[in-house]
Structures are given as C-alpha cells and as structure tokens.
Design a binder for this molecule. Structure first.
Ligand SMILES: [Zn+2]
Length: 394
C-alpha cells in the first residue's frame, strides 16, 4: 500500500538537531515512511492514496507523554466518551499512559495492580481508537511489590511504570529498588512531582526524584501544583532525566524549565504531555496549546517545540514514531495557520500564540481525520485527490 503526500510547503522533521527538512513530498509504503524530498527526486508514482497538502505544513503525528486512560475510549474522571478520538483531532497520534489511576476501585494489592496493568497493556494493544496508538498498562507502585512481580508484568507485555507517588510508594528510599527492577525488565518509569493532585497523597520534591532515579521527571511544571524554580534547576542541571512539561500544570514554571534547559543545552530532554483526563478536564488541544505557549512566550522556535512533542518523546519511550524519516511509522499531521490568524503558516501561527488548524491526520500511511473537529479551520486544507477520503469535523 502506497501513500504520497505532495504539495507540502514545509516539512517539520521532529528532530531537534535538524528540525526542518527540504522537500515537498513524502512517500509512504506499507505504513512506513519510505522517501522524503522533492517530488521530482522521489518515486511518487503508482500510489493508492494521494494527498495534496496545498502548500501547508506536515509534521510527525504528535505524542502525548501523559494521559490517564482507563478502559476503551471512556474516562470516568470527567465522564467523557471519545476523549482519545478527540485528542487525535488535536494532532496526537500516540498517547502514553502515566497510570490507569481513574479506574473506580483501582486495586492496590500486588495481584490486583499487576492484573490491571496487564489488562490495560493488552487491551490498548488491541484497541486503536480511530487508529490512534495508546500505550497503556502503567502500574502505580505500591509497597510490597517484589522483583518477581516486575518480571511477571514484563513477560506479560507491560513496558511502563505509572507516576510514582500516586500509590503507597512515595519516598525515594521505597521507590529506588523498584525503579531498578523496572529498568532491569525494560520498563520506562515516570514519577509524579510537585504538590499532590488529590487529597491524601504527598508532595514529591527534587531530592525524592533523584533518589528514586526514574527515566522521566513527570510534569516538572506541576500536575497541577509545581515544584519550586530552584528544584526544577536542580533536576535540569543535576540529572540526565527527561523533563516533562504538561498542559495541565503551571505555565510560569513551564517557561522556567524551558529557559533553564536551554541554558543547559538540554532541550533534547524536554517532552510534552497533557496530563488529562484530570481535574483540569479533558483537553483535546492540550499538546497544541503547550506548543503555542513555548513558541509564543518561551522564545522557542516552533519547529523545536514540535521536536519536543514528537522525536524527543519517541526517543525516551523507544517508539518507532515521532520523526519524518525513512523507516519510521507514517504518522503525520497536516496543518496550516487557522483562518484569521496573523500568521500565514502553521509555524508562524504557533509563534504568534495561535493554534494551527489541522486539515488531515495520517496514521500508518492511512488518512484517518480530515478537517479536525476541534481546531479552528485551517486557512488552506489538505485534500485526498486519490483514494479513501477520511471523515472530518467541519
Ligand atoms: Zn501527577
């Protein structure tokens, strides 16, 4: 199966070191990106599907490093259905669970929490809401877990550990041995930081994070209450951990993290998440809103911000998405400045603080979403000129 996206005005690579690519055409074969370049220089013939990007911007499908799914496309936290599909309409093609914490009656004993993690990992491996890739099965660490429990979960397909601190494991000393076991068994580990998100749990400070030694400093700008600027500086300068900035956190410390990381040459460690569903709500455009914050108020070139939301996250979680490069899974978002923006391209709109209008989302080379039902309308919209036309919103 061959898909060609032609007529592209700007290709954003998802790679921080070379965030913009030369070319106007992307060729996808059997769900993977095969070639990127000028139409005259690539093999664009014989495609089953042809998309004309009409001079607009194509970026890798966005990643959300911090979602809280439960089962299917329903969240009990905000009594909302289709929230995953709704986020796909915000350009997010890969979502990573930071824990299935909103399951009513979530079991906290080792047998129950292992069962939940395994069911979530396997159920979401089988369930692709409108094609979106949901990586779930992120157990919340509770006292009493043993190395054998991590081995058992890993054998059953669990690759993540959810936010440390939401369960009974909330000190560095309790967390450290479990993090070591999780790492030995190939899992990627994140930790809650800052003030508690719900009554009954404790704040987690920089010292606890350093002692626990996870891969990811979860919502370094708070979920929702942030650590202090000093603690953020400690974690940026004193560790090599990934630094997760979220939408449902503190915008002031988001920008502080961005500046401190820039000065430390550590933008490659920044990843972007939504931290939704949460008390803040379901935020389908949360990743786009975070991109606009960083690009408009944070002095961050929009193509670099996009790399944080794509290639950086894919690297941290070892996923084969997030870059426009041969061999990568062909997950793409086509966008332009929204109608009425002072910007004339998607990147100019972000720099001006506006959210781009999405006119198509492609997953594994297949157009899944036409005009987004959630973004403002793109000034220029991509069009399928051969093959199956996806549904849209407006
Ligand atoms: Zn949290």
């Amino acid at each position: 199966m061959k898909t060609v996206i032609r007529g592209i005005g700007q290709i954003v690579s998802g790679q921080l070191g070379a965030p913009l690519l030369d070319g106007d055409t992307i060729v996808c074969v059997d769900g993977k990106i095969a070639q990127v370049g000028r139409e005259s220089a690539v093999d664009a013939g014989g495609a089953d599907t042809v998309i004309d990007a009409r001079g607009t911007t194509v970026a890798p499908g966005l990643l959300d490093s911090h979602v809280h799914p439960v089962f299917g496309d329903f969240t009990p936290r905000q009594r909302t259905i289709d929230f995953l599909d709704s986020e796909l309409h915000g350009g997010v093609t890969t979502m990573i669970s930071a824990g299935e914490v909103h399951l009513p009656g979530r079991p906290k004993d080792p047998v129950g929490l292992k069962a939940l993690a395994i069911v979530a990992a396997r159920a979401y491996a089988n369930f692709r809401p409108n094609g979106a890739k949901v990586h779930a099965g992120a157990p919340i660490l509770e006292l009493g877990l043993t190395e054998a429990d991590f081995a058992e979960m890993a054998r059953a397909g669990v690759t993540l550990v959810g936010e440390i601190g939401l369960g009974s494991v909330r000190t560095g000393r309790d967390a450290a041995p479990m993090v070591k076991w999780a790492k030995q068994h190939g899992m990627t580990v994140t930790i809650h930081t800052g003030g508690p998100s719900i009554a009954g749990s404790n704040p987690i400070d920089a010292e606890t994070v350093i002692e626990a030694d996870p891969h990811v400093v979860g919502h370094i700008n708070g979920g929702t209450t942030s650590m202090s600027p000093r603690e953020i500086e400690t974690l940026v300068g004193g560790t090599r951990m990934a630094l997760e900035i979220v939408q449902c956190g503190n915008p002031r410390t988001a920008l502080h993290t961005l500046r401190v990381a820039r000065d430390a040459g550590a933008w490659d460690r920044i990843i972007l998440g939504n931290d939704a569903p949460s008390g803040t709500g379901v935020v389908p455009l949360g990743i786009l809103r975070t991109l606009a914050l960083l690009a408009s108020l944070g002095d961050c070139p929009p193509e670099a911000a996009l790399a944080m939301a794509t290639g950086n996250t894919a690297r941290v979680y070892r996923l084969d998405v997030g870059l426009i490069a041969p061999g990568r899974e062909a997950d793409l978002v086509v966008m332009d400045a929204p109608v009425g923006s002072v910007g004339t391209t998607a990147l100019e709109a972000l720099r001006a603080g506006d959210l781009p209008g999405i006119s198509m989302v492609v997953i594994d080379g297949v157009p899944r979403v036409g005009r987004s039902r959630n973004t403002a309308p793109a000034a220029r919209a991509a069009e399928v000129t051969r093959g199956h036309v996806p549904g849209g919103g407006h």
